[in-house]
Ligand binder design. Structure first.
Ligand code: FES
Ligand code: FES
Length: 153
């Protein structure tokens, strides 16, 4: 049994310790915001936070998340829209939407570390892949989220 705390709720899951966290979230806990894209830590669609750090959950054995705080997009705003989600809506970023939870989770982690990121910081931190090509809208939304968090709008 592995004890996981996801979005503030404790779950005891009967799974092998090497099962990827993404599959435990999706299959065992029915938390489907994190998406499967590549399965090899390349695309970022599966990004969640583990103890506040952005992590590609397709490549993290669930045993390594035991006892740590896991946050998915479902819990990011704690019942409300997080500033990053608000910025995403205001900038109308998503196209098909599939990759967007990963971008939003990566952005929230970035802004916690760097409240005013430059374009270069954004390019370095957000290595996620979007097949719809929303990259320029993502960049605008990151700056807007930084402004919302900083109280500029
Ligand atoms: S599915 Fe995890 S990085 Fe692509
Ligand atoms: S919005 Fe479609 S893959 Fe990114």
């Amino acid at each position: 049994m592995i004890a996981l705390v996801v979005n503030g709720t404790r779950h005891d899951v009967d799974v092998p310790a090497d099962k990827p966290l993404l599959w435990v979230l999706r299959e065992d806990l029915n938390i489907v915001g994190p998406k499967f894209g590549c399965g090899v830590a390349a695309c970022g669609a599966c990004t969640v936070h583990v103890d506040g750090q952005a992590v590609r959950s397709c490549s993290l054995p669930v045993g390594e998340a035991a006892g740590k705080a896991v946050t998915t997009i479902e819990g990011l705003g704690n019942g409300r829209l997080h500033a990053v989600q608000r910025a995403w809506i205001e900038e109308q970023v998503p196209q098909c939407g599939y990759c967007q939870p990963g971008f939003i989770m990566a952005t929230a982690a970035l802004l916690r570390d760097k409240p005013r990121p430059t374009d270069a910081d954004i390019d370095e931190a957000l290595t996620n892949i979007c097949r719809c090509g929303t990259y320029s809208a993502v960049r605008r939304a990151v700056h807007r989220a930084a402004a919302i968090i900083g109280g500029a709008s």
